[in-house]
Design a protein around this ligand. Structure first.
Ligand SMILES: *Cc1c(COP(=O)(O)O)cnc(C)c1O
Length: 358
């Protein structure tokens, strides 16, 4: 793939954070971005790394009206020896293509996608933070840019990648979050777009999150859209329960986002000899299990936090405290192992790490 590189001038360069530990997630962006454009007949053209800049869109651009837009979320990690690691990047590229297919958007060749991301990271490698726990967040995004009013798949798209340094997720320690079970709103239904990383899913989740926040909870626990009974996800993470000696997570039935961290947790737990089940979990089973102590750990999984322990769950105005609200041993072990592999400190048994040659 031919990628043109336009290096940012000194005037175009952005201010690097003075203190990595004070980085607020999603507020700081690197000097460059990648962009390419798609037109029917021609395919993807004009691949380039350019200074971080605005995108100009026609007000009739279809993404602005019909929400034909998808994204990914991944990170680059700087090891102690200075080398740069990506974690299971192929999974992100393949999931992006599945999201694209679900929304009738063009796909990107996975090998070319590696080329694209590595070229961008080479331009901005100095933006990958040094401190353990911090990383460079990577946001690949595809939008329908054709100017047209009328519902059908667009004929023109823009694909771009922006990146930005993010601090350690647990700046104040690995603390459990409180979650609120939404039985009023649902995130997704089977047959819908819940398993695609599409923009509209997040717009649809905002009101429930606001309601939860007002009640004093940090995240929403989503139930299935039909019976509002079976647990699906927590906020923008997959969810796990340790029920006696078994690690249980809901199965990928179509309304759940197939998280890469979810798959990582399942693979590691099996490798360690922990019994693992992918099955439906009734919210009644969940709260009863927490009350009786059968459920000893609850945690979310996702790229941003890796493992996010859940300390309490509020359902129908009753709050259930998981164990004594402290972090469980399996959650801690999984977090340490995954973070250790990402930073090249623990053995990469499954070949998950991809080193970026700068
Ligand atoms: C991105 C995302 C996840 C987590 O996926 P990872 O690949 O583990 O980062 C889970 N649920 C939702 C709704 C998401 O958007």
């Amino acid at each position: 793939m031919d990628i043109r590189i336009e290096t940012a001038s000194s005037a175009q360069r952005r201010t690097k954070p003075a203190d990595e530990s004070k980085l607020v997630f999603g507020n700081t962006f690197s000097d460059h971005m990648f962009r390419m454009d798609y037109r029917d007949q021609q395919g993807w053209t004009e691949a380039k790394v350019v200074p971080f800049q605005n995108i100009s869109l026609d007000p009739a651009a279809m993404v602005l009206h019909y929400g034909q837009g998808i994204f990914e979320g991944m990170k680059a990690y700087r090891r102690r020896d200075g080398k740069i690691n990506l974690f299971r990047p192929r999974q992100n590229f393949e999931r992006m293509n599945r999201s694209a297919q679900r929304l009738c958007m063009p796909t990107i060749d996975v090998d070319e996608h590696f080329d694209i991301l590595e070229t961008l990271l080479r331009a901005d490698h100095e933006w990958i933070p040094q401190s353990r726990g911090s990383s460079l967040y990577i946001r690949p995004t595809m939008i329908a840019s054709e100017a047209h009013i009328g519902v059908r798949p667009a004929k023109e798209y823009i694909y771009y990648i922006i990146t930005g340094p993010v601090g350690a997720y647990y700046a104040e320690g690995f603390n459990p979050v409180s979650i609120y079970v939404s039985d009023e709103f649902v995130r997704a239904v089977r047959g819908g777009v819940g398993e695609a990383k599409t923009m509209g899913n997040y717009a649809a989740s905002l009101l429930a999150a606001e309601v939860a926040k007002k009640k004093g909870f940090t995240q929403v626990l989503w139930l299935d859209g039909v019976e509002r009974r079976y647990i699906e996800e927590v906020g923008t993470m997959n969810i796990f329960f340790r029920i006696e000696d078994t690690l249980v997570t809901p199965p990928l039935t179509g309304s759940i986002l197939p998280g890469i961290t979810r798959d990582t947790v399942l693979t590691l737990a099996k490798h360690w000899g922990v019994k693992v089940e992918e099955r439906m979990i009734d919210i009644q089973e969940c709260v009863a299990g927490i009350e009786t102590g059968k459920i000893t750990e609850v945690f979310g999984s996702g790229t941003a936090a890796v493992i996010s322990p859940v300390g309490s769950i509020c359902y129908k105005d009753k709050t259930y405290t998981v164990r004594d609200g402290s972090v469980g041993e399996l959650a801690r072990r999984l977090n340490d192992e995954i973070v250790g592999i990402q930073y090249g400190e623990k053995e990469d048994v499954f070949g998950w790490v991809h080193e970026v040659k700068i």
